[in-house]
Design a protein around this ligand. Structure first.
Ligand SMILES: *[C@@H]1O[C@H](CO)[C@@H](O)[C@H](O)[C@H]1NC(C)=O
Ligand SMILES: *[C@@H]1O[C@H](CO)[C@@H](O)[C@H](O)[C@H]1NC(C)=O
Ligand SMILES: *[C@@H]1O[C@H](CO)[C@@H](O)[C@H](O)[C@H]1NC(C)=O
Ligand SMILES: *[C@@H]1O[C@H](CO)[C@@H](O)[C@H](O)[C@H]1NC(C)=O
Ligand SMILES: *[C@@H]1O[C@H](CO)[C@@H](O)[C@H](O)[C@H]1NC(C)=O
Ligand SMILES: *[C@@H]1O[C@H](CO)[C@@H](O)[C@H](O)[C@H]1NC(C)=O
Ligand SMILES: *[C@@H]1O[C@H](CO)[C@@H](O)[C@H](O)[C@H]1NC(C)=O
Ligand SMILES: *[C@@H]1O[C@H](CO)[C@@H](O)[C@H](O)[C@H]1NC(C)=O
Ligand SMILES: *[C@@H]1O[C@H](CO)[C@@H](O)[C@H](O)[C@H]1NC(C)=O
Length: 490
């Protein structure tokens, strides 16, 4: 735990407020020499071996630039196919996070129709790693619009989260969606640590562009692999708030949905979920359990791999993100738990690849000559440090008084509810409000258990993408989260 903190500390301490070249001296930090800090790294190769030792990497975050006039340029006049009567402001564009290599992150920002000047600011992050918060989060989950079949027109999402907060959707890291770098070798460092620092750099610059949000209550929320991004970013913010002269970000809480927060719990919970939901045989279950070591960072043995393949084979026609849902391609007429159109992501893909949409969003065609993709699978495959421990960070956040919310759609087979429960159990924290059902419109929306500084909420009948599958329940959850209130009992 201390080791990761140290490496993150290293990262933010080198941030200095330079606009153009970022060449600051970092040979000595807080009395510790760089070499000593580097020796504190974990002995396992979970992290990039080059991390911290590469000057351009560390200094890439040494950047804060005047953003005057850029907010106006980012204002979206009108999105192609948007419905009439849009009553809130939309912005999108790039924020440079490293001018030397030409690395810039793309965001889409929606204000609230009402009370936007007092509502909190929320950063939403999708996971992958390598997936887009614009295509998934904004256009199929919690954003103000969804894309109609055909990919040309938009309709209002009745349960959009910007009813209660001003929301930034960030495509992160560079290489995801419209975010890019002009220096290909940047991608050699793509991983959790780079992502956390770039996102922090994005935020402090974005706040220069939108200074009215500098002191606003700020929340971070995300799902899936953002179970890494959200706590890691929160930790960087906490440390930066006390150790730099940057804008102090008014962090009030974090939320992680169906998130990957502990590898061992994830693997164990995933297998148990498949077995208890009748997707695999006893033989595969027992064989997998007794031949795979979930706590080992080593690559799986051949026999373990064979059992993994059997699980995949047995469930290949099940949509993992919502095990009771039809596939996008299927003509199934079975009764659905949710009415979410399983082809929605395809519509978002078509929409975002329309050149007129890209122009309206201020996408720079010169820097973005290739098609927009929902997930960058190359990036997912070459991620540097996906096994970094997250639970110690969650403990640190809780001890620092940052409320942590962990929620879970209970029909997700990708990062199932069992995985979240095993992970929380590992924290060894005491219950403040015992497990109870929460209600929305006289129905059980799910269950809640409150610990000291940690809330665990389930969303009944929801797959991985909670705001897609159970939009009303998701909005109730979000509202409770930003108001830091328990969900309603009967
Ligand atoms: C970590 O990686 C380096 C370089 O690839 C290698 O020399 C070293 O043996 C590895 N350490 C461990 C503990 O696997
Ligand atoms: C990347 O390169 C293009 C073309 O030279 C340039 O227009 C753009 O500003 C660069 N991006 C950044 C973030 O520096
Ligand atoms: C806006 O804020 C006022 C004052 O806090 C509150 O009474 C009102 O309900 C809010 N409106 C909406 C739509 O949230
Ligand atoms: C990313 O890679 C991991 C590990 O191989 C895999 O489990 C996950 O499904 C991938 N994510 C996406 C969005 O493809
Ligand atoms: C912050 O600013 C103060 C006053 O200008 C200065 O003394 C201090 O060294 C600065 N701290 C950092 C970390 O830059
Ligand atoms: C599983 O891996 C962990 C960590 O490498 C190790 O401590 C443990 O002994 C292993 N368990 C078995 C049953 O091999
Ligand atoms: C895959 O599953 C089918 C049954 O659906 C079975 O006939 C086949 O043997 C399985 N293949 C492997 C490699 O396990
Ligand atoms: C989609 O449906 C077509 C026509 O029935 C079929 O040929 C194709 O294999 C299906 N694709 C998937 C991914 O299921
Ligand atoms: C996806 O990420 C890889 C690096 O992992 C990068 O080389 C590639 O350009 C990215 N693809 C797109 C479409 O941005």
């Amino acid at each position: 735990m201390e080791k990761l903190q140290l490496s993150l500390k290293l990262l933010f301490l080198v941030v200095s407020l330079l606009c153009h070249d970022g060449k600051a001296s970092i040979s000595s930090i807080g009395g510790l020499k760089m070499e000593e800090l580097l020796q504190e790294k974990p002995s396992q190769n979970f992290t990039s071996t080059k991390f911290g030792s590469d000057t351009s990497f560390s200094l890439s975050s040494a950047y804060l630039c005047s953003q005057s006039g850029r907010k106006e340029n980012d204002k979206i006049q009108r999105l192609p196919g948007q419905p009439d009567g849009v009553d809130f402001n939309q912005y999108s564009g790039y924020v440079t996070v490293d001018p030397n290599s030409g690395r810039a992150l793309f965001y889409y920002f929606v204000e609230s129709p009402r009370n936007s000047s007092s509502n909190p600011l929320v950063l939403w992050l999708n996971g992958g790693p390598g997936c887009s918060s614009l295509g998934a989060g904004a256009l199929t989950e919690l954003g103000p619009f969804r894309v109609e079949k055909g990919g040309k027109t938009l309709y209002r999402n009745q349960y959009a989260w910007n009813a209660e907060a001003n929301i930034i959707f960030l495509e992160s890291p560079a290489g995801v969606g419209f975010s890019y770098t002009n220096t290909t070798s940047d991608y050699d460092f793509t991983g959790d640590e780079r992502t956390a620092v770039d996102t922090y750099t994005f935020l402090v610059n974005w706040l220069e562009r939108f200074p009215e949000y500098k002191t606003r209550d700020f929340f971070i929320a995300g799902e899936s692999y953002a179970g890494h991004y959200v706590p890691q970013l929160a930790q960087v913010i906490l440390h930066a708030n006390t150790n730099t002269n940057h804008t102090k970000i008014n962090l009030k809480g974090i939320a992680v949905g169906n998130g990957l927060i502990d590898y061992e719990s994830y693997s164990r919970g995933w297998l148990d979920y498949y077995w208890t939901h009748a997707l695999i045989s006893d033989e595969i279950y027992i064989g997998h359990k007794s031949n795979c070591n979930f706590s080992s960072p080593a690559p799986p043995s051949d026999i373990c791999r064979q059992y993994q393949d059997q699980v995949i084979n047995a469930t290949k026609d099940i949509y993992p993100y919502d095990i009771f849902a039809p596939l996008c391609n299927s003509t199934s007429s079975s009764t659905l738990i949710s009415v979410f159109d399983p082809c929605s992501l395809d519509y978002a893909f078509d929409y975002l690849n329309n050149p007129a949409v890209q122009i309206a969003l201020h996408v720079d065609a010169a820097t973005f000559p290739y098609p927009w993709e929902l997930c960058n699978l190359t990036m997912n495959g070459s991620w540097k440090d996906r096994r970094l421990p997250i639970l110690p960070i969650i403990t640190e956040l809780m001890e620092s008084g940052i409320p942590v919310w962990i929620y879970s759609g209970d029909t997700d087979g990708a990062v199932p509810v069992t995985s979240s429960r095993y992970a929380i159990n590992k924290l060894g924290i005491s219950v403040k409000t015992p497990w109870y059902p929460w209600y929305l419109q006289n129905e059980v929306g799910g269950y809640v258990v409150e610990y000291e500084n940690l809330m665990f909420v389930t969303i009944r009948g929801s797959g991985h993408f909670v705001p897609s599958y159970q939009p009303a329940r998701a909005l109730a959850l979000f509202s409770s989260f930003i108001n830091q209130k328990l969900l309603p009992s009967k």
